[in-house]
Design a protein. Structure first.
Length: 191
């Protein structure tokens, strides 16, 4: 497609040269003996050629620039879109982890349902760390809480469990807010 467009522009520019040259030749042919007119003809041909080449170069440079900007914008849009999806998944997983842990420690449920709930909690306990960066400070705190909360599910540690869940929610809110600000900044700057 790009080659076709460049060829079309080249043909358009080059086909405009003969009309301009013919006009100059016709003007010069009425008095062909004059060296002034011959010089004018040569200058006209050279000027037409330079103009055509210049127009071609400008159009190719613009095309290249537009492609670069387009690629950069597509990349930024993709990253921003994926970051929003990641934020939503992380929010939902942490919410479900907290809710199921609270439910599991408080509700009177039969063994089969209790096992299903415990299985889901364990899955989230390993899924959430895969969505975080173990080297970032806010993420480290969330990872630490996710790791420690299961140890607080005994009936004698409910106060500690509630405090840990509340701290996990606050740490998650801080992380989600900071990441959301990054998304907004990326959207404004285009990358």
């Amino acid at each position: 497609m790009h080659k076709k467009l460049a060829c079309l522009m080249l043909v358009t520019v080059l086909t405009s040269i003969p009309t301009h040259v013919l006009a100059t030749v016709n003007a010069a042919s009425s008095n062909a003996t004059s060296s002034y007119n011959q010089n004018a003809l040569i200058v006209g041909i050279i000027a037409s050629f330079i103009t055509a080449i210049g127009a071609l170069i400008v159009s190719l440079v613009n095309r290249h620039g537009n492609l670069s900007v387009s690629k950069r914008n597509n990349y930024a849009n993709t990253v921003t879109s994926e970051r929003v999806k990641w934020l939503d998944k992380l929010r939902n997983n942490i919410s479900e982890f907290c809710g199921l842990t609270h439910y599991w420690t408080r509700a009177a449920i039969d063994d089969k349902k209790k096992n299903n709930v415990l299985e889901r909690i364990d899955k989230l306990r390993y899924l959430i760390p895969l969505q975080l960066n173990r080297n970032d400070a806010p993420d480290k705190r969330i990872l630490e809480l996710i790791k420690n909360i299961p140890d607080l599910t005994g009936s004698t540690k409910r106060g500690e469990l509630d405090a840990a869940i509340e701290e996990l929610i606050k740490a998650s809110q801080d992380l989600l807010k900071a990441e959301w600000e990054k998304v907004k900044d990326e959207s404004k700057s285009g990358g």
